[in-house]
Design a protein around this ligand. Structure first.
Ligand code: C5P
Length: 234
């Protein structure tokens, strides 16, 4: 499994997305692109097909969470879009995750990578315990959700780079960790609380880093992307 930098294309329109991706037309390495809810809900499945046609790998980050039958059918639709990676909430439990895998698997047996969100990084331990009545620690909850995802046959989890080590320890080194919350050592942290540099994420053992604003808002996005790749992959 190859390490890669996934660029979070958090734009609100196809035009803004293509203006950004056009900057990379001379690059040998085409960025792996994350399409989130904002762009997908604004533009629909055509945005996935267009970006795919340009030769990019795609992580469709829609974080499904519903009853197993609904998630299975929705995953079958996403699979037909030929994305490379997609995700769901582990909170839907093992039955939902197994149904998702079934829906995602094509007739020839192939399927995109399926990654589970454990606890969102925006959820504090205090809120998880007080509002969701989960009395375990947030770290134990994350590890348990990762173990559930692993048992259901999923490929990995989205987590903070700082959690990647404990997830690998519990689920094995081949269980994929996809980690947002990445910043350059000399860059703005913005609204992310627990951040690491691409270099540190590599040392910790992340398989894919998800990087948005440090690339999309950079004065020179191509240079920022190259810098990420140099630190994380090369
Ligand atoms: O701009 P920035 O690098 O902070 O973007 C990070 C991307 O990763 C965003 O698309 C954000 O929604 C996503 N993400 C995250 N934390 C999570 C899950 C997803 O930052 N726990």
């Amino acid at each position: 499994m190859g390490k890669d930098v996934i660029v979070a294309c958090d734009f609100s329109s196809a035009k803004a997305t293509f203006d950004f991706l056009d900057l990379f037309h001379k690059e040998e390495r085409k960025p792996f692109v994350k399409i989130g809810m904002e762009l997908y809900y604004a533009e629909g499945p055509s945005i996935v097909r267009e970006i795919k046609k340009r030769g990019h790998k795609i992580f469709l980050d829609l974080k499904l969470h519903d009853i197993p039958n609904t998630v299975k059918k929705a995953m079958a639709v996403l699979s037909s879009l030929d994305v490379d990676m997609t995700n769901l909430h582990a909170a839907g439990t093992g039955k939902m995750m197994e149904a998702a895998l079934e829906g995602l698997t094509k007739e020839d047996g192939t399927r995109p990578l399926l990654i589970a969100v454990t606890q969102l990084t925006s959820t504090s331990e205090e809120r998880m315990q007080n509002e969701l009545l989960i009395s375990a620690s947030i770290n134990d909850t994350i590890v348990k959700y990762a173990e559930n995802a692993n048992a259901a046959g999923l490929d990995g989890v989205v987590c903070s780079p700082l959690e990647a080590g404990m997830v690998k320890k519990a689920c094995g080194k081949d269980f994929i960790t996809v980690t947002p919350g990445v910043r350059f050592a000399d860059g703005d942290v913005g609204d992310q609380a627990r951040v690491t540099t691409p270099k540190k994420a590599k040392e910790i053992g992340s398989d894919y880093i998800v990087v948005g604003r440090p690339i999309t808002q950079a004065t020179d996005p191509v240079a920022a992307y190259r810098r990420c790749c140099n630190e994380f992959i090369d």
